[in-house]
Design a protein around this ligand. Structure first.
Ligand code: CTP
Length: 395
């Protein structure tokens, strides 16, 4: 990737020391960094060390006439390809959400016309506080990109969500945000993972999908520059950094999330959606009450793929998956027609293949033009090849 111009706003939190490493990593990868320190940040890192690592002047003051004569704050906010806030403290997030502009950092964030990525970092209670969660929602709605926070031990001795993402995770999210690959400007929806259908508050119906193939597809699409909305059930594999993440549990929630993510240029339905849910999930735990075995009555779940294909927001390219254990190609080809999607990725998920939950996949890509048999390969490679084909098809 060609080097990008990053405007890095360092907020006043203990994680500011990690931003020094972030600057180093960004420069190693050919990006240039213009650093801005909030007043509080100078309590944690010195302007001299930041400037030395960035190889650039550090900006700190909104009313510095010298700075304004060299490069005014409006120009500073626009000269970059991307604005990164790391660490993004609770205070900075609140300012951003409220649209305050009372110092250089917040003014730049108001004045910029470039994508903004924040890496939140704060004490777990502050992160979980209703005000921070409310601000986060506002920022996501405003199109602000986020990376982290991660779960773990904190400098204050507590444990939970609030640790700033690691520098290389931020680099990954940032590169995905400014990537100018063939899918730049395209919005692609990916569903992934299993769904969990509650039987009662403590039990559920699930399947063995790990979410690995869906996550790999999302990553491959991101690396070609797409904006990816990733709607995932409770998967084993973590969602890739840089996606617009929507966590769901049930098929009904997945359908709702998919409908609100449309329109999209393409949609990939890699989720292993449960076909059935309980007709009447119990509100309370079902007890062994001596009256015999419980009878579970099923109801059919909505078919998300079929409903999107039949709807008026059908993306230009819709790719389904077909998890089969017998007559794979025949069943998958029939499924493509029945559901109305453009392509179907057919795979044999019989336990002997080791595909479901494993790291490899062996697929046949079925379209109206016929079946294309791919050799067995890693799920990442399947994803890259599929992403390249999607880019070609979208033109
Ligand atoms: N799918 C969906 N909503 C459902 C069920 C499946 O969107 N309620 C999607 C899956 O994400 C996948 C495709 O449909 O892309 C096929 O899923 P699969 O489980 O193989 O097919 P089923 O619909 O369950 O069909 P069958 O029962 O015949 O296997």
């Amino acid at each position: 990737m060609a080097g990008k111009k990053i405007l890095l706003i360092i907020g006043g939190g203990i994680a500011a020391f990690k931003s020094l490493d972030l600057i180093r990593r960004l420069r190693e990868r050919g990006h240039s960094v213009t650093p801005v320190l909030t007043k509080a940040a100078t309590e944690f890192v010195t302007p001299l060390s930041v400037s030395a690592l960035a190889g650039e002047k550090v900006y700190q003051d909104l009313f510095d006439l010298n700075d304004e004569a060299e490069m005014g704050h409006i120009e500073l906010s626009r000269a970059a390809d991307l604005v990164v806030v790391a660490p993004a403290t609770a205070d900075l997030m609140a300012k951003m959400a409220a649209g305050l502009a009372n110092d250089l950092a917040s003014t730049l964030l108001m004045a910029t016309d470039k994508p903004v990525l924040i890496a939140p970092s704060m004490n777990v209670r502050m992160w979980e506080h209703a005000a921070t969660q409310r601000n986060l929602k506002t920022l996501l709605k405003d199109g602000i990109l986020t990376c982290g926070p991660n779960e773990g031990g904190m400098a204050c001795g507590e444990f939970g969500f609030g640790r700033m993402a690691e520098p290389m995770e931020i680099v990954g999210a940032l590169e995905a945000a400014v990537n100018d690959g063939p899918l730049k400007g395209r919005h692609i929806l990916v569903t992934s993972g299993p769904t969990h259908e509650p039987i009662d508050p403590v039990r559920y119906i699930a399947n063995r999908s790990s979410g690995a193939q869906g996550a790999a597809i999302a990553r491959a699409l991101l690396s070609l520059g797409a904006k990816v909305t990733f709607v995932t059930g409770p998967a084993d594999v973590a969602a890739p950094m840089g996606v617009d993440l929507v966590d769901v549990q049930t098929a009904a929630q997945m359908l709702e999330a998919v409908n609100s993510a449309l329109p999209a240029d393409a949609a990939i339905f890699a989720a292993a959606v449960a076909d059935w849910r309980m007709a009447n999930a119990a509100d309370q735990k079902i007890k062994k009450d001596g009256n015999g075995l419980p009878v579970l009555e099923f109801a059919e779940n909505p078919d998300i793929l079929a409903s999107v294909c039949a709807g008026n927001k059908k993306p230009k390219l819709v790719v389904g998956f077909a998890a089969e254990t017998q007559n794979v190609i025949e069943n998958a080809a029939a499924k493509r027609k029945r559901k109305g999607c453009d392509w179907i990725v057919a795979n044999d998920v019989s336990p002997s293949t080791g595909i479901m939950g494993g790291s490899e996949n062996d697929i046949t890509l079925i379209s109206k033009d016929g079946a294309e048999d791919w050799p067995r390969m890693g799920k990442d490679q399947v994803a890259q090849r599929l992403a390249a084909k999607i880019a070609e098809a979208l033109g």
